[in-house]
Design a protein around this ligand. Structure first.
Ligand code: TYD
Length: 138
């Protein structure tokens, strides 16, 4: 499994006349053990979440309900991923700037993270992000 680049992961789906089921096991369906989960909901129309990168934390972002777009910047280029299926997850490695935009009404964004919460792991300035990421490859 590619651990360096941001990409969509297609999770297992169990179809059943009683309803569908999807599951994720850390280090099997995603490239890390799940240490923490959080979810973002009740996002007012037009609001933006994210707007930061992490130095070490990696995440899987899932649109469990509704839809939204994730803008990813690796320091050299930008890419947009549209999430609108509960069986797709976006793998976002550390050192990737992310913004979550275009939330639909009642969108539910579930995030699985590799690390405990740590404010010092955040890079909240895009200028600092570019300096840190580009410095890594200098
Ligand atoms: P933040 O990650 O900045 O939100 P977003 O990326 O969605 O815009 O987090 C918002 C606030 O919540 C910030 O004060 C930190 C706090 N927080 C925690 O205490 N624990 C957590 O696991 C997360 C993700 C955030």
């Amino acid at each position: 499994m590619n651990k360096k680049n941001c990409h969509i992961i297609d999770f297992p789906r169990i179809n059943d006349p009683r309803g569908k089921l999807t599951f994720i096991e850390g280090n099997r369906h995603i490239p890390f053990s799940i240490r923490r989960t959080y979810w973002i909901y009740d996002v007012p129309g037009g609001e933006i979440r994210g707007g930061h990168a992490y130095r070490n934390n990696c995440e899987i972002i899932v649109a469990v309900s509704g839809s939204f777009d994730v803008l990813i910047d690796d320091g050299y280029g930008r890419q947009t991923f549209s999430l609108n299926r509960s069986y797709y997850g976006l793998y976002v490695p550390s050192r990737h700037w992310r913004e979550l935009v275009n939330f639909s009404t009642n969108a539910l964004c579930l995030v699985m993270a590799s690390n405990d919460f740590s404010e010092t792991d955040y890079i909240r300035s895009h200028d600092d992000f570019l300096l840190e990421v580009r410095d890594q490859y200098a």
